[in-house]
Design a protein around this ligand. Structure first.
Ligand SMILES: [Zn+2]
Length: 433
């Protein structure tokens, strides 16, 4: 399609501004060339019109914490096949997501992004950088290290080499972890401040942001002190310290709490989704079988024992309390003025690649207005990997990554389930039949 105009019913532009009615967007050369709100201009009778005049138009959703190669169930790499990875990618854009940041996968993610199929923009970190025997050594099989998922660095020179290598591979961000306990409560070796500061300084010298995986309340302070740009996951184990929250806010750290991962896992297990007639996730039979076994293990598990093969080795009753603890932590962060971004951490458990709506709703539950929740899921999410000047909002000059949904998103976030059209770089890649 050449130049065209999208006639919007309601436009939510992703910047946090209030929605506007009856705007028109001119798309030219893959980008947003002009946005008009008044009538009687040349855009009214443009030769190519996309009529979304009774729909909501917004920037394509950006998921700033994904694992494209994961598939659901209870472990990393369960039932993984290329066919499933391809299906995952289809599900992502059909759910209105036009960009993802894949955080910790394997070297083959580069090949996945080159598959000759429609796909969202896939930005990636590939490798988790950690200290020798650091997280995720407690649960991740060494075979994944060989595939590029993890690299251990001890000296400053190791850190510099690893970052240079990743930079050359075209990563969009550097991922690390700040974890001082194992999932079953034993001490876990972690970076010194000097190592972590060397890592963030080196990444920043390449213009790369650094994101940190953290799950325990005692570990946020170090990340805030040592130059981390975004912190992923809200604490699992209790109330985060107010001083740490304020330090994170003062440093401008974007918090990606990934609330829906455990929320959906616990809900899916408790409500026995996999054995419900109308639950038919787009995953392979092997993954469905894994979900069935996971559910059975959960139902048979005593409250004081960890569930089945899940690598999060906390007693079942603690696992079930995590969603509430995490939500309270995010509420406090938002209340104190902190910035949050949307990331689903899909896929594990019952958090699949189909839709990010639950995560967006949980951000609203934590205190954002619907329009702010959209900003967290678009412009702010793009800032996690430094692409906020190219994507994430409907503003003149930006790449035309646009989502059209049926329903009034400003009033009701669940309308995001009704994807009508998806445009990436101005090209329509999905239209609901
Ligand atoms: Zn993750």
């Amino acid at each position: 399609m050449d130049d065209y105009v999208i006639k919007c019913g309601t436009l939510i532009d992703g910047t946090g501004r209030e929605p506007v009615k009856d705007a028109k967007i001119l798309i030219r050369n893959n980008r947003i060339a002009r946005i008009e709100q008044k009538g009687g201009t040349d855009l009214d009778n443009f030769p190519n019109i996309v009529d979304a005049s009774n729909k909501t138009v917004l920037p394509g959703i950006i998921d700033s914490h994904k694992h494209v190669l994961n598939c659901g169930g209870d472990g990393v790499g369960v039932g993984l096949t290329v066919a499933q990875a391809k299906e995952n990618i289809h599900q992502i854009y059909k759910g209105g997501v036009t960009s993802v940041l894949d955080l910790g996968s394997a070297n083959i993610i580069e090949l996945i992004t080159k598959l000759p199929q429609k796909q969202p923009k896939i930005f990636y970190a590939i490798t988790i950088l950690t200290c020798p025997n650091g997280y995720p050594g407690e649960y991740m099989d060494r075979k994944f290290y060989k595939m590029g998922s993890v690299a251990e660095c001890e000296t400053e020179s190791d850190i510099k080499k690893a970052i240079k290598k990743l930079y050359k591979k075209g990563v969009s961000t550097i991922k690390t972890a700040v974890v001082t306990r194992t999932f079953d409560g034993r001490p876990q070796v972690c970076w010194t401040d000097k190592q972590l500061q060397a890592l963030t300084d080196e990444a920043h010298s390449y213009g790369l942001k650094v994101c940190a995986h953290i799950t325990y309340k005692d570990d946020y302070a170090q990340a805030a002190r040592c130059g981390i740009d975004s912190i992923h996951h809200a604490a699992f184990d209790g109330k985060m310290y107010e001083k740490d929250l304020d330090d994170m806010i003062n440093k401008g750290i974007v918090f990606v709490p990934t609330l829906s991962l455990i929320d959906l896992m616990v809900t899916g297990l408790k409500e026995n989704w996999i054995n419900q007639k109308d639950y038919n996730p787009p995953v392979s039979d092997a993954i469905k079988e894994n979900m069935r076994n996971f559910t059975k293990a959960f139902q048979e598990c005593p409250d004081d024992k960890p569930v089945g093969n899940l690598f999060v080795k906390v007693p079942k009753e603690e696992l079930c309390r995590i969603p509430e603890i995490q939500l309270e932590n995010v509420k406090e962060y938002i209340k104190r003025g902190g910035t949050v971004a949307m990331g689903t951490d899909s896929s594990l458990g019952f958090s699949l690649h189909t839709t990010p709506v639950r995560e967006i709703e949980l951000l609203a539950e934590a205190g954002l207005s619907n329009v702010e929740a959209i900003k967290a899921s678009t412009l702010t999410a793009a800032s996690v990997f430094g692409k906020e000047n190219e994507i994430g909002s409907i503003e003149t000059g930006k790449l035309a990554d646009i989502l059209v949904v049926n329903g009034d998103v400003a009033q009701n976030l669940s309308a995001l389930n009704n994807t009508e059209m998806v445009f990436i770089n101005g090209k329509k890649i999905y239209h609901k039949d």
